[in-house]
Write a protein that binds this ligand. Structure first.
Ligand code: C2E
Ligand code: MG
Ligand code: MG
Ligand code: MG
Length: 292
């Protein structure tokens, strides 16, 4: 009877695995369709300098504008896509869009950096560098230094030598790098040394609790210290309140990004948002009113 039950369990497991595989195939097919039918869109979230309050850049964040389900966030469909070559097509599209957007904003007198999130599989594919170079050539009006690539700290877990070389080759084209979600991966000092990104982005899970969690505060201080040692810029993500902003600024954090400044928005809203934001540099204001 135990054997019987065992077999049934085995059977059930197989069925549910099959169902998962079918569902995941379906997702991939749908996302591929979405890419072909222009249903993928980029939202943009500002990054600001904490001391001057100036807008320094925008991060491009993917969404799926589904005709029936509405706006679908990336974590609802990207994790499955990131295991397949489809993420390469999407990443190439994202870079293409970002370069066009940089060009458009530059024409409007807003020479912001635009950051794109690139998955490990895409970054480490054989033709990444060549594709990037081709994209930059197609957009010869865009200064390459206005394009920033965000990669996860864990991107290099496979082959640190390869990733180190890749980062430096891309930097030779003028493109810069940010290590996303920093603190969640393998951030030893020796490891960081081999990831020569200009910027380190502190993960929002640590930023969120710095006001009441001593350990998270210590972690953020340590990352900022590491950044200083290696001469990297530090950006905090998930900055939701003025209190977070002021504390981070006092700790020596350079840049900030978060709902406290602005939520990700459609490209069409960005210039209007920036016009109203510049009139009111909140970081400087917070610094004066709350601490001096
Ligand atoms: P990420 O690159 O770490 O982006 C930060 C995420 O935190 C974004 O979620 C952003 O909307 C959200 N966020 C920003 N400020 C705050 C805040 O103050 N509070 C809170 N609670 N959240 C905040 P989103 O847009 O849903 O993106 C999630 C993740 O999906 C991104 O994390 C990134 O890893 C991935 N992703 C987004 N776009 C792309 C893309 O084009 N390609 C790839 N490969 N991955 C992408
Ligand atoms: Mg990012
Ligand atoms: Mg992040
Ligand atoms: Mg993240």
């Amino acid at each position: 009877q135990a054997k019987q039950r065992g077999r049934n369990q085995h059977l059930m497991f197989d069925v549910s695995l099959d169902t998962q595989i079918i569902a995941s195939h379906q997702v991939l097919r749908n996302v591929k369709n979405a890419l072909q039918h222009d249903e993928l869109v980029l939202y943009y979230q500002p990054k600001v300098n904490m001391r001057s309050g100036l807008i320094v850049g925008m991060e491009a964040l993917l969404r799926w504008q589904h005709p029936v389900q509405g706006l679908i966030p990336p974590l609802d469909f990207l994790p499955q896509v990131e295991k397949t070559d489809l993420i390469i097509d999407i990443g190439k599209w994202v870079i293409e869009q970002a370069l066009s957007q940089i060009s458009a904003w530059c024409s409007a007198g807003r020479c912001w950096t635009v950051s794109v999130n690139i998955a490990a599989l895409h970054f480490q594919c054989r033709h990444f560098l060549q594709d990037l170079q081709d994209s930059l050539q197609r957009h010869s009006d865009v200064p390459p230094h206005l394009l920033e690539i965000e990669i996860l700290e864990s991107v290099a877990l496979g082959d640190i030598n390869l990733v180190n070389q890749l980062i430096r080759d891309c930097q030779a084209l003028g493109v810069s790098f940010s290590l996303d979600d920093f603190g969640t991966g393998y951030s030893s000092l020796g490891y960081l040394k081999r990831l020569p990104a200009e910027t380190i982005k502190i993960d929002q899970s640590f930023v969120r609790d710095i006001l009441d969690d001593k350990d998270d505060l210590a972690l953020v201080e340590a990352v900022i210290g590491m950044g200083r040692v290696f001469n990297r810029k530090i950006i905090a993500e998930g900055v939701e309140t003025a209190e977070h902003g002021v504390l981070l600024m006092r700790l020596g954090c350079d840049l900030a990004q978060g709902y406290g400044i602005a939520k990700p928005m459609p490209a069409a809203n960005v210039l209007a948002w920036a016009a109203s934001y510049v009139a009111d540099p909140v970081w400087a204001m917070w610094a004066d009113t709350q601490w001096e």
